[in-house]
Design a binder for this molecule. Structure first.
Ligand code: FAD
Length: 394
């Protein structure tokens, strides 16, 4: 008998854990239990649709799905279709890789107004997540506040600002693309609570904001008068210094010189949202839509012997896709050490009927074929009935 390990969640951290386990012990059996019919977590539903290079990482995950002792079980949500206790009981070890995608709140008045959107809800919509099929009404939106100073804020602003030509080779869902193209957008304000030296943008993503065809990035040069990062070339200091250089370039741009102006506003904590405006500590800003990009929370999961967490479920909503690899591999080692001392359990298979890897590959082929006709990487299926019909259509 072989040990059986359940990985709950088919995002990058779950796949890196599978990789770590099977490199060290190819005799294990691994079940990847995923609530969606599609694997890859935030690579499919979070990473911006115009950053296809980043999404290419899924090829290495897909190869793991082809291994004989790896079983993909899509459309099974642990906590709904199977109890956590059942899963813990049935498997020799459980790795929780469920991520975190509940939009964090700022805790200020007006956050529940209909024109205030969390970044997850917004990005999941334009990425075709089947639970988020309705997007904001952009038809009258001229001015948008994007709250936050991380790369997700840049993703939101960039996808709104890009023109049709720049999105032509993306996999943004057609409804979202059409809504953005038809919006009378003129101003996007990226709002930071603190100064630019505290922003967590990365250089390449920030620099891209200065190269958009229909949008010009600007900022107030006075806001950039901050002490240079202390000397010594740590990666963090270099990143901050590079950001300041890029922002200085933006400060020389002319607002209004392209159809959309992206304003980087610093030291402007938001105090309240009201219809048509956001109150910042530095004054009132008229806006028609707000997207908050201030991080995420997660669902609880059991913390007991034999249960291990990886990725965003473990350490919170920070870190890029590759940064999950080393951690998942380290956790895989801990799991293997735990298993060595135990005999495999003899338990019946508890998985209900699920979408397997073949079902996912039918979805994949269908989407890629739909995209090929338009010169796009794929056109995603976005509703549950269509996803299930294609997955189950032998
Ligand atoms: C908007 C956004 C943009 C990003 N862009 C980039 C980028 O450009 N480059 C980059 O390197 N990183 C980017 N990241 C970060 C990257 O996506 C994360 O580092 C990575 O996805 C975390 O992996 P994970 O496996 O922990 O979680 P996730 O990717 O969230 O995967 C979790 C999986 O678990 C499933 N799941 C959840 N609960 C259950 C349950 N109860 N039962 C079964 N399944 C469940 C989910 O459906 C999901 O498939 C971005 C993140 C966000 C939010």
């Amino acid at each position: 008998m072989t040990h059986r390990v359940a990985i709950v969640g088919a995002g990058p951290s779950g796949f890196y854990a599978v990789d770590g386990l099977l490199r060290a012990n190819p005799d294990l059996h691994v079940d990847i239990i995923e609530r969606l019919p599609t694997p890859f977590g935030l690579v499919r539903a979070g990473v911006a649709p115009d950053h296809q290079g980043t999404k290419a990482v899924v090829r290495q995950f897909d190869r793991l799905l082809a291994l004989p002792d790896v079983r993909f079980a899509g459309t099974i949500e642990v906590g709904r279709d199977l109890g956590w206790d059942e899963v813990c009981e049935a498997y020799d070890a459980v790795i929780v890789a469920t991520g975190r995608v509940i939009d964090r709140k700022l805790g200020i008045p007006g956050e529940d107004l209909p024109h205030v959107w969390g970044s997850w809800r917004f990005i999941a919509w334009l990425n075709g997540h089947p639970d988020f099929r309705v997007g904001p009404d952009l038809s009258q939106v001229r001015s948008i506040a994007v709250i936050g100073n991380g790369n997700v804020a840049l993703d939101v602003a960039r996808v709104l600002a890009k023109g049709a030509e720049e999105m032509a080779r993306s996999d943004i869902v057609p409804e979202a693309e059409a809504a953005i193209a038809a919006a009378p957008l003129a101003d996007i304000h990226i709002i930071g609570r603190r100064g630019p030296e505290h922003a967590s943008f990365t250089g390449n993503e920030l620099a891209e904001m200065g190269r958009l065809a229909r949008a010009v990035a600007v900022t107030d040069p006075a806001a950039l008068n901050v002490a240079p990062p202390a000397s010594g070339p740590t990666p963090e200091r270099l990143r901050k210094a590079k950001n300041l250089e890029i922002l200085k370039g933006f400060a020389a741009h002319q607002p209004g010189s392209k159809p959309i102006t992206i304003h980087f506003r610093f030291n402007a904590p938001p105090l309240a949202f009201r219809p048509g405006e956001v109150e910042l500590a530095v004054g009132i800003l008229p806006v028609d839509l707000v997207v908050t990009c201030i991080g995420y929370e997660g669902e609880p999961f059991p913390r007991q012997e034999g249960v291990y967490a990886v990725g965003w479920a473990r350490r919170g909503p920070t870190g890029t896709i590759p940064s999950n690899r080393a951690e998942s591999h380290a956790v895989a080692k801990e799991v293997l050490a735990w298993l060595v001392a135990r005999d495999p359990k003899s338990r019946p298979d508890i998985l209900p009927a699920a979408i397997d890897a073949a079902g996912w590959h039918r979805i994949d082929r269908h989407e890629v074929a739909a995209g090929a006709a338009l010169g796009r990487p794929r056109v995603k299926l976005t509703d549950w009935p269509a996803l299930l019909a294609v997955a189950q259509d032998d």
